[in-house]
Design a protein around this ligand. Structure first.
Ligand SMILES: NC(=O)c1ccc[n+]([C@@H]2O[C@H](COP(=O)([O-])OP(=O)(O)OC[C@H]3O[C@@H](n4cnc5c(N)ncnc54)[C@H](OP(=O)(O)O)[C@@H]3O)[C@@H](O)[C@H]2O)c1
Length: 261
């Protein structure tokens, strides 16, 4: 198996050749993430989607989600049945653009309220990961997700301010309990890379902060509040580990316990 972290522009032709050469691929790059025959996997969120690989004859490719979609999908998963519509504003670190992605002069002491292609990816990928995979068809989640992405002068860690319009009245403690108690297959099977607590709800009033609360694989959540059926929460995750390298390893571990490898 090949774990690919190639740049988006060159990834697909090379990954296609690897498949032709008889190898299986898990890829961080964005091309073909929305292909309904290719699973897009964040293990805690949608490990069940890996099931379609059992039907694949020959080699397969699995895609990792966009780093921000990987982080945001985690706190949405345990409350997705309560959500009608989502409004998201991200604050994304410079490392998310890659080593040569952004010049120091462009970002030092600055905020850039645009990341090419990112808003469309987050909307589409959240709808794919939170959707349902059947043996013969795929059903996206089907929610309207309004996203504004910004690049901020922080080295590591992507943050998102999420406002969810809820479909019924619920108490904020009910939501917090669901987030805190969320566990999925990687936790149940105690996979080596799985965080024991995938969603860390932090009580401190000024949490989460990249400098204080960044966890490699868990998503830190703070500022949870509900008013007028609008839930607000702030999520923070490690774009390089949960959003890229770590999620790849956890996907391999998940496939191993599912006997797909
Ligand atoms: N950064 C993140 O937060 C993040 C999160 C999730 C997903 N991703 C995705 O992960 C991938 C890599 O991102 P990155 O941030 O690590 O980018 P990066 O810092 O620009 O690194 C890209 C790497 O790919 C190598 N490379 C470039 N062209 C190649 C080729 N033709 N054959 C073999 N190797 C080649 C480069 O090698 P040289 O240095 O020798 O040129 C470099 O090591 C991208 O698809 C990106 O979208 C990134």
């Amino acid at each position: 198996m090949v774990l690919s972290a190639l740049p988006n522009e060159v990834a697909w032709p090379i990954e296609g050749k690897l498949l032709e050469a008889g190898l299986n691929v898990i890829s961080n790059a964005s091309p073909e993430r929305m292909n309904p025959r290719i699973p897009l996997i964040n293990p805690e969120v949608n490990w069940e989607h890996l099931g379609i690989l059992r039907e694949v004859k020959g080699n397969w490719i699995v895609k990792n989600p966009n780093c921000t979609a990987a982080i945001i999908s985690m706190p949405l998963k345990p409350i997705q049945d309560l959500i009608e519509t989502l409004h998201i504003v991200t604050l994304q670190s410079v490392s998310g653009a890659g080593y040569l992605g952004l010049s120091y002069l462009a970002i030092d002491g600055n905020v850039i309220p645009f990341i090419k292609g990112e808003e469309e990816k987050i909307d589409a990928e959240l709808n794919k990961m939170l959707g349902r995979q059947y043996p013969d068809k795929f059903e996206p989640w089907g929610k309207s997700i309004y996203v504004t992405t910004t690049r901020v002068p922080v080295k590591y860690g992507h943050m998102a301010v999420i406002h969810a319009i809820l479909n019924k009245d619920v108490d904020v403690n009910y939501v917090i309990n669901r987030l805190r108690s969320f566990k999925s297959l990687p936790q149940e099977r105690e996979l080596p890379t799985a965080p024991r607590e995938p969603i860390k709800v932090i009580n401190r009033v000024d949490a989460p902060q990249p400098a204080r609360d960044l966890d490699p694989m868990a998503v830190s959540v703070g500022r949870v509040a509900i008013r007028d059926r609008v839930l607000r929460l702030v999520a923070l995750g490690d774009n390089l580990v949960r959003g890229a390298a770590g999620i790849t390893i956890l996907t391999v571990e998940t496939m191993k316990v599912l006997n797909i490898l």
